[in-house]
Design a protein around this ligand. Structure first.
Ligand code: ATP
Ligand code: MG
Length: 288
């Protein structure tokens, strides 16, 4: 192994998992079964309070199922002696970055997880440089994380986990505090990471436009898995996604209007570039 990439993505299995925060209370996750293979890039959506964050906490053994099993590469999260093996494989980015950032400077924060992995100083320095550039954190390295804006904290949290190169990257609404430009930067990182066959990605989002970042979409509603398919299938036809309160991605709505105006736009969930192409082609068509 050259140390620069995770050697292979993790396999995740939820086997009839039920979990309630108060034992005997209403389950936050109910009889959930799921298998995610190495290298898959999965986006999880669903209404607020439906159990999405709880699924990621179960994955990272922050909470343990009352019924059923969560397995990461075959390791049961209930096996306390293997906790480190699970945490080493799963890099979790919390919904609220305040719960994640513990160090006195951004640079120390990014180094912290890598030090726990026992990486050499030269490798740590190299990776800090890489993620700093990738996430535009250069000016923040010596700042205390708790004094940063919400969006800056979110970028630092993403950088710290990316630098550890976990086999499974689990992100809980990583763009919720970012502006449009910041979101687009994280999107390009998620696309690149999602394309790596060596990485399993689970990405919880509230933004329909982010569903197309994954190759597989899951919908969790009322603690249950109610949809498992491709992003295009989720938004195909009228009403299916709306049943769970999900709007169509904005690019689909724009594509619909463009089609109505006679432009030819690809079916499915078009990218912004697809829309620009369609408009450019249409304009050329009229000009000739
Ligand atoms: N620490 C906790 N103690 C008690 N109940 C909790 C706790 N965290 C979450 N819950 C409850 O468990 C259920 C699922 O919560 P969860 O945070 O997993 O939802 P979510 O889908 O991530 O919501 P959101 O989109 O708002 O982040 C909700 O009913 C919530 O109120
Ligand atoms: Mg949540």
């Amino acid at each position: 192994m050259n140390g620069s990439r995770a050697s292979q993505g993790a396999t995740i299995r939820f086997d009839r998992v039920t979990f309630a925060y108060t034992p005997g209370g209403r389950p936050a996750v109910s009889d959930l079964s799921l298998e995610i293979r190495p290298g898959e890039s999965v986006v999880i959506v669903g209404p607020s309070g439906s159990g999405k964050s709880t699924v990621l906490k179960l994955l990272d053994a922050l909470v343990l199922p009352q019924e059923g099993h969560v397995l990461v590469d075959g390791i049961d999260t209930r096996d306390q002696e293997r906790l480190w093996d699970i945490r080493r494989r799963v890099g979790l980015i919390f919904q609220n970055p305040d719960n994640q950032l513990v160090s006195t400077t951004v640079e120390r924060e990014i180094a912290f997880g890598m030090e726990n992995l026992g990486l050499q100083r030269s490798e740590i320095a190299r990776r800090i440089e890489e993620v700093t550039e990738r996430l535009g954190l250069g000016k923040l390295l010596s700042r205390p994380p708790h004094k940063l804006s919400g969006g800056e904290k979110q970028r630092v949290a993403v950088a710290a986990v990316l630098a550890m190169r976990p086999a499974c990257l689990a992100l809980d609404e990583p763009t919720s505090l970012l502006d449009w430009q910041g979101r687009r930067e994280i999107w390009s990182i998620l696309r690149a990471v999602g394309d790596e066959p060596s990485r399993t990605v689970l990405h919880v989002t509230q933004f329909p436009d982010e569903v197309a970042l994954g190759s597989r979409a899951l919908v969790i509603a009322g603690g249950e898995l109610v949809f498992d398919g491709t992003p295009t299938e989720l938004f195909a036809g009228a009403g299916r996604a709306a049943r769970w309160g999900l709007r169509s991605p904005a690019t689909m709505t724009v594509a619909e209007s463009l089609r109505g105006a006679g432009y030819s736009v690809p079916e499915g969930i078009p990218s912004l570039e697809d829309l620009v192409d369609a408009v450019a082609r249409g304009a050329e068509g009229r000009a000739t």
